[in-house]
Design a protein around this ligand. Structure first.
Ligand SMILES: O=C(O)c1cccc(C(=O)CC[C@H]2O[C@@H](n3cnc4c(=O)[nH]cnc43)[C@H](O)[C@@H]2O)c1
Length: 226
């Protein structure tokens, strides 16, 4: 039997400037498509699910989904302008606040709070792009205090970054049995709110450079090979 060809890859960013930064490194004909799916986990999940379903109905299903964009980095492990590849995609604020602290939704008997990207693909992508690997948290509220940053790190000691879409994109992918990655270029520290300290152009440039290096890995990847 002939070996299956490489999987088609869907890259989902939140906003158009992130989409364009990734697309600059992914010229047409590579089997990689880049779309903007909106800010926040719910909109990102809805738009990603629509794109996956539409492709499957066309008879051109995706074999991998990548949530990509800028993100906040936990300091000092994820400096501004660096890249992080998620080895775990974690819904960090999906649960209940109690007198004894935060309780994840899974401990209340519902749903899921994490997705695991394929370990070998994470390693290959991170090696190609010179990225760090660690948990990437999905939050609905951007962290704005040192106390909140410390609480997140205490609950998630391996976390390197936070953003707002990864878990939504991962839920949509998981619902269709498609593996998922998350790749973040660090635009700001996670911590006290200081919008003037965000380095968005530099992070977008890092996203383009990183995808330039990791695109061949995505192009060659087939989930049935690994
Ligand atoms: O400045 C604000 O008030 C503000 C509030 C909500 C969102 C934004 C964005 O610009 C978010 C765009 C996009 O970037 C990701 N991102 C970047 N840094 C962080 C962060 O520290 N924490 C969470 N998300 C972050 C996120 O994925 C958004 O889609 C600005």
């Amino acid at each position: 039997m002939a070996a299956a060809g490489p999987d088609r890859v869907l890259v989902a960013t939140a906003v158009p400037v992130e989409r364009d930064a990734v697309a600059r490194a992914c010229p047409g004909g590579t089997g990689i498509e880049v779309i903007a799916v909106g800010v926040g986990p719910a909109l990102a999940a809805a738009c990603t699910a629509s794109a996956l379903t539409a492709a499957a109905l066309r008879g051109e299903p995706y074999g991998l989904v990548v949530s990509a964009g800028i993100g906040g980095g936990f300091q000092p492990e994820a400096p501004l302008g660096s890249l992080v590849v998620a080895d775990a995609i974690v819904a960090a604020d999906l649960g209940a606040e109690t007198e004894n602290g935060f309780v994840p939704v899974t401990e209340l008997g519902f749903g899921t709070v994490g997705h695991q990207p394929p370990a070998e693909l994470v390693r290959r992508v991170a090696d190609a792009a010179g990225a760090r690997t660690g948990a990437v948290l999905t939050v609905s509220t951007v962290t704005g205090t040192a106390a909140r940053a410390a609480a997140l790190r205490e609950r998630h000691p391996t976390a390197l970054a936070e953003a707002m879409e990864g878990f939504g994109v991962a839920e949509a992918a998981a619902a269709q049995g498609v593996p998922v990655l998350e790749i973040r270029a660090i635009s700001n520290p996670v911590g006290p709110r200081d919008r003037a300290a965000w380095r968005i152009p530099e992070a977008l440039a890092a996203l383009t450079e990183g995808f330039g290096k990791l695109t061949p890995v995505l192009e060659g990847w087939n989930r049935h090979d690994s």
